[in-house]
Design a binder for this molecule. Structure first.
Ligand code: IVH
Length: 699
């Protein structure tokens, strides 16, 4: 007989350790020092050594089991484990929501959005609160029984319940023991989730493996899958695995308190002591779903695990049951996958581009590769110095990325793939376009001093072309038909030397160019004519003054009524404008002070452009679209652009001319052009007219 005090002490120790494990591994809020924890653990282990019959199945000492297995036994899931339909497209998310709406007419639909954790799916089985078995998904009906491996994961409780929930944020040991919520433990509970390797631990493990001559794992997911396949649980115990739970399978004899919606299910799992996704969203409309997806995309880089998308689930279980599943996936959920942001490809050649400010930018020509939703074949290398720092050579294999930028960039060289045949690049000392000497003197503003090489010739055809292309661009003066080829011809023939020359062009001159008919020449001239009525900020932005982008141009035009006022304002007056600091003010002053530019403005004025503000539209009223920015592109089937704009503004939204990361939605009709491409590149939500009308009606 084991003395009663010993039995009681043993039970108390086991309970305390379990609670500390929960605080440490599940809540990531340790409540005692490592030394104190070790003391408790040693005492427990010593008692077990002295009185072996004490050893409970869920004792913290029993995580790493005995002998390696011969093979995994099959495990039949109590309820099949389904997978999810995947999509990379927001339109398909909208279609999914629409489909569910059609299947459930008249119902109020609520959704949850969860991170899609990039790990290995598992099913855990608890009987009377004890972890009894766990398995991989397998074919969805039967998986591999990997119980021994799963037991080694410290974030996986061997016994459910009695744990303090995370929301209170227990901060001291006494706290931990005061609140013992009573929660009913089901007879049988299957929980589903994802085993993963935290990114930081993965990096550390890989470094160690490299030091000891072992092969590195390609990524955390592979490392996790490889670990769970081990037949020897002692090997798995050395791998830094963790687990997150987000669903339930079979639940039996559960009494009261079993959740009937996803939101409460997650809460319930937490109360049972299980770890759930660190952030989830609750949504009531398509717009909210898109916002949640965007929010997740912003936050996910800071999560401990890798995420490759968002899982959208219908919140109410009863409604889920009504619509059921197809052969392999439920109809009530979908995974929206984030486009990969990095890809490997080969750099074939380095070319130099001369921009409108004369800057020489090295550009990598790549073997085409799929990245962030589109195929790319060029990437910027920024400048000479950056290229040397990264030791980029022609023929290299490189990692390209679109880290928030529109233009992809070369992140790094994959040195391990070098063969010795790669050739270093000699940065030119003359402009490849006009042959003038290049210099590294800083342009106005001077923040790129000594880094950017610039062509010193202001009449360099590449610069002239660049300035004209910028003037004509959609977000600027929006001159339809002004493509690269046409502008290049206009400059080459000497018809256009600066933007003011555009307004002197005749139909006859344009029609004489290659690939231009009388009709397209006429359209082009009309488009130029129409640009005379653009808002002043567009014109100012179009002038290409260093540091004066669309935002600054708008701010300046809100403050000053005309370009003349701007020209006469001193630095002090200029810096009074929101977003205008010393550097911008100086750049503006310098630009207006240059006689060439003064001449240009006079010629623009003479051509009939108004260098003054015209009264803008009345400020929009607040409404459900307040703070949201829409972009219209293409021809909508039943609405004109003006009607769509009026609708958006009536609901408090804004309509912008160009797509950026800040765009809430792009509404696309037939023959949509570059705005649609850009929306795809940036992952901005794209809606057709019907979906847009639903959005308006919904809010
Ligand atoms: S729910 C029937 N939620 O993604 C619904 N799955 O592509 C089943 N996954 O097999 C899954 N995070 O391995 C769900 N928050 C999450 C998830 C998630 C990752 C995995 C899971 C599933 C796969 C489907």
């Amino acid at each position: 007989m084991i003395p009663r005090e010993i039995q009681e002490r043993y039970a108390e120790l086991a309970d305390r350790i379990r609670r500390h494990d929960h605080a440490y591994y599940v809540l990531a809020k340790p409540t005692i020092s490592d030394a104190e924890y070790d003391r408790l653990y040693r005492e427990l282990r010593d008692l077990e050594g002295q009185y072996p019959p004490l050893i409970a199945r869920d004792s913290p000492t029993q995580r790493v089991g005995g002998k390696p297995l011969e093979a995994f036994k099959p495990f039949r899931h109590g309820v099949p484990m389904m997978s999810l339909d995947n999509t990379y497209s927001r339109e398909e998310v909208a279609e999914f929501v629409e489909r569910v709406r059609r299947l459930l007419p008249g119902e109020i639909l609520e959704w949850t959005v969860e991170p899609k954790i990039d790990g290995v799916a598992v099913n855990l089985r608890y009987e009377d609160g004890l972890f009894t078995a766990g398995a991989t998904r397998g074919d969805g009906i039967t998986g591999d029984d990997i119980t021994a491996n799963l037991r080694t994961i410290r974030g996986l409780p061997l016994r459910l319940g009695g744990a303090v929930t995370g929301s209170h944020g227990s901060s001291s040991e006494s706290d931990l023991f005061q609140r013992r919520p009573s929660i009913q433990i089901p007879r049988i509970l299957e929980v589903r989730g994802e085993v993963y390797m935290p990114t930081a631990a993965f990096d550390r493990m890989n470094e160690e493996r490299e030091r000891s001559g072992e092969e590195r794992f390609a990524n955390p997911r592979n490392a996790t899958a490889g670990s769970l396949k081990q037949l020897d649980a002692r090997v798995v115990a050395g791998r830094p695995l963790d687990i997150v739970l987000y669903g339930a399978g079979l639940i039996e004899e559960s009494g009261t308190g079993v959740p009937f919606e996803q939101r409460t299910l997650l809460k319930w799992l937490q109360e049972l002591g299980l770890k759930t996704p660190e952030k989830t969203w609750f949504c009531r409309s398509l717009l909210e779903l898109f916002e949640a997806i965007d929010d997740l995309d912003r936050l996910r880089k800071d999560f401990a695990y890798e995420t490759d998308g968002a899982v959208i689930k219908l919140n109410t279980f009863a409604l889920r049951d009504q619509i059921g599943a197809t052969a392999k996936a439920p109809r009530w959920a979908i995974a929206y996958k984030f486009a990969p942001e990095q890809a490997e490809t080969q750099l074939q050649k380095i070319v130099i581009q001369v921009g409108r400010t004369g800057a020489l930018t090295p550009v990598a020509e790549l073997t085409p590769v799929f990245l962030s939703g589109s195929t790319i074949s060029r990437a910027t290398l920024h400048n000479d110095e950056e290229m040397r720092r990264k030791d980029i050579r022609e023929g290299d294999w490189v990692l390209v990325e679109k880290a928030g930028e529109v233009i992809p960039a070369v992140a790094r060289v994959l040195f391990e793939r070098r063969t010795g045949k790669e050739t270093p690049f000699q940065f030119p000392r003359h402009c490849p376009e006009c042959g003038s000497l290049v210099s590294r003197t800083a342009n106005a503003g001077g923040d790129d001093l000594g880094v950017v090489w610039r062509c010193s010739n202001p009449d360099c055809p590449a610069q002239v072309r660049g300035r004209i292309e910028h003037w004509c661009a959609r977000g600027v003066m929006d001159i339809e038909g002004a493509g690269e080829v046409l502008i290049s011809q206009l400059v080459k023939r000497g018809l256009v030397r600066d933007v003011a020359d555009l307004y002197k062009l005749t139909v006859f001159e344009v029609a004489g160019l290659e690939r231009m008919g009388a009709k397209s020449a006429q359209n082009f001239i009309e488009a130029i004519e129409a640009s005379k009525n653009r808002e002043l900020w567009r014109l100012l932005f179009g002038l290409g003054i260093l540091h004066v982008g669309a935002g600054v141009a708008k701010a300046l035009c809100r403050h000053f009524e005309s370009l003349d006022e701007m020209r006469l304002a001193g630095i002090e007056e200029l810096t009074r404008v929101a977003d205008v600091g010393e550097v911008i003010a100086q750049s503006v002053t310098r630009w207006f002070g240059d006689p060439r530019n003064q001449g240009l403005l006079e010629r623009l004025r003479a051509a009939g452009l108004k260098l003054k503000s015209t009264p803008g539209p009345a400020a929009t009223r607040p409404g459900p679209f307040t703070g949201k920015t829409f972009v219209l592109t293409g021809t909508l089937p039943h609405m004109t652009r003006e009607q769509a704009t009026a609708k958006i503004e009536a609901l408090g939204g804004k309509v912008a001319g160009s797509v950026s990361k800040k765009t809430t939605c792009v509404i696309a009709g037939a023959d949509a052009g570059s705005k649609l491409d850009r929306a795809r590149q940036l992952g901005v939500t794209i809606l057709d007219e019907g979906q847009f009308e639903k959005l308006c009606a919904e809010d």
